[in-house]
Design a protein around this ligand. Structure first.
Ligand code: BES
Ligand code: MN
Ligand code: ZN
Length: 504
């Protein structure tokens, strides 16, 4: 199963004469106030009645946002698309949206390939290298189309290749732009793998199916070392908290480990832990019916681990990373865990399960304890953990909480740089009271309507005392509702930036 859509994405330098010769189904030209005067566009605007020239004028006058043209005679391209670039001072999310929009137009044009003439004035804050990486990433990730459970309404993906064209780059700059395109392409590929797992319905994406797909990664990425734990293994490890979540389900729980060792032998790994609830009914504390289908995305933390590990392997990154996919299905049944039940976690701490819908923290706490065996430099978990983070931050930001401020700062910085943003919430001791109970060492809920996102993190912090740890609540950022309903592939871009350039 390949998750990469575009088989090739490359970058080239062009001048005015080259641009006339570029052989492509669709030549895309970014338009801003300087475009009409750009030397590389002289040829295309040559004749006095040039439609290209007229269209640039029209877009700059503000009357149209994009114009599709059949290419003039003697031009290598079959069609030309002119599109208005965001203002140079635009925030990064507008730049991302712009690249998404371009790929949307490429897809609907049915072009098999495209060439996009970049301009270096896209964003005041970012340069060609940044733009190349983000464009490559966004082109690949927006080329994603979900067809896996369609028979008669399949939307075939025609686009296979893309080229980013630049004018006047020095050879050194062209080299860094090419590296950035490769990087962005690999991040986009990881995002697509993440989206695909997330978008699969729960009957097509059980813990055992994720296990199978994870093991299958070995074929494309032999550098990955993959193993899995079944429920018997978990019993031996005394993961009583993790096991309590899958008890009501006919689908057995599985925890997969993906190890990637591209760095120095003695360098301690970063451990990524992903919540993988393949469906969250809430269990006996059952959820209301409206929008319950969205709980098929409750495995997006695990899916983002699945995605980022491919990205790292594709790039042959010089880092050591271990990914844990913590999978289970949360169902009600006669065998299900009941509110008030007390279980013993792998750490030895007992937990009173007051609400079976607060199941994410129950699987994660044992996986966090397990992660110690890798002697990690840092542990980061990704989880669609609380509805409260949807209320607090909404989809623009992933919620971050950490027991180490330097790690939190690096995560926030990686979010800004990648445009996959995060925002920190406090993890003060004042919040710790919520896990107190008369009947066990910890309760899995408490605090009523207050600070639900922090309370969940506070619970987890009882299992992360031995290492530097950050928790990312992706309940609002991992998928979109409404017309764009589907996985977003986040926080793969943030993780890629953090792991590759974050200096952890
Ligand atoms: N998977 C949900 C969190 C969630 C809810 C994500 C809605 C996205 C949208 C999680 O397992 C959950 O049910 N959390 C509860 C915790 C509560 C019982 C303390 C919640 O947020 O309501
Ligand atoms: Mn739940
Ligand atoms: Zn859940």
């Amino acid at each position: 199963m390949a998750y990469k859509v575009l088989s090739s994405l490359t970058a080239n330098n062009v001048n005015s004469a080259d641009l006339l010769k570029v052989k492509t189904d669709l030549l895309i030209i970014a338009v801003n106030k300087k475009t009409a005067a750009a030397t590389e566009l002289k040829g295309l605007q040559a004749s006095p009645q040039s439609l290209v020239k007229e269209s640039i004028k029209e877009i700059n006058s503000g009357s149209r946002k994009s114009i599709f043209l059949p290419a003039p005679a003697k031009v290598g391209a079959k069609n030309i698309l002119l599109i208005k670039e965001p203002d140079p001072k635009a925030a990064s999310f507008l730049v991302l949206r712009y690249y998404e929009e371009i790929m949307g137009l490429v897809k609907s044009s049915k072009a098999k390939d495209f060439a996009y003439l970049m301009s270096s004035t896209t964003s005041k804050n970012f340069d060609d290298v940044w733009a190349a990486e983000v464009a490559a990433r966004t082109f690949e990730s927006s080329a994603y189309t979900f067809n896996a459970t369609k028979n008669k309404t399949v939307k075939p993906i025609t686009v296979k290749k893309g080229t980013l064209l630049f004018a006047g780059l020095t050879p050194a700059k062209l080299r860094s732009v090419r590296t950035a395109v490769k990087l962005g392409h690999a991040v986009g590929e990881g995002m697509n793998a993440t989206k695909h797992l997330g978008d699969l319905p729960a009957n097509h994406c059980t813990p055992r199916i994720i296990e199978r797909k994870t093991k299958a990664l070995k074929k494309d990425f032999p550098a990955l070392k993959i193993s899995s734990l079944n429920e018997r293994d978990m019993e031996k490890l005394k993961m009583g908290s993790y096991l309590s979540v899958g008890k009501g389900s006919d689908e057995p729980s599985r925890m997969m480990t993906i190890e990637y060792k591209g760095g120095a032998k003695d360098k301690q790994p970063i451990v990524l832990v992903g919540k993988g609830i393949t469906f969250d009914t809430g269990g006996i504390s059952i959820k209301p019916s409206p929008a319950m289908d969205e709980m098929k995305w409750d495995m997006c933390g695990a899916a983002s681990v699945f995605g980022i590990m491919q990205t790292l392997a594709r790039l042959k990154a010089k880092v050591n990373v271990v990914g844990l996919l913590v999978c289970a299905e949360n169902m009600p049944s006669a065998r299900a865990t009941k509110p008030g039940d007390v279980v013993t976690s792998m750490s030895g701490q007992t937990i009173e399960i007051l609400n079976t819908d607060a199941e994410g923290r129950l699987v994660l706490c044992d996986a966090l304890t397990y992660s110690k065996k890798f002697k990690p430099s840092h542990v980061i978990d990704m989880a669609t953990l609380t509805g409260a983070v949807v209320v607090a931050l909404g989809s623009p930001a992933t919620g971050v909480m950490a027991n180490n401020q330097l790690l939190a700062d690096k995560i926030l910085a990686a979010g800004e740089k990648s445009g996959d943003r995060a925002w920190q919430l406090p993890l003060w001791e004042e919040y710790a009271h919520c896990t107190k109970t008369n009947f066990a060492d910890l309760a899995n809920i408490g605090g009523g309507r207050e600070a639900g996102t922090i309370h969940a993190a506070s619970f987890l912090s009882n299992f992360t005392k031995d290492f530097k740890w950050a928790h990312m609540d992706i309940a609002a950022s991992a998928w979109n509702g409404g017309a764009k309903k589907g996985g977003t592939g986040r926080p793969v871009p943030l993780l890629a930036e953090l792991i590759l350039n974050g200096n952890l």
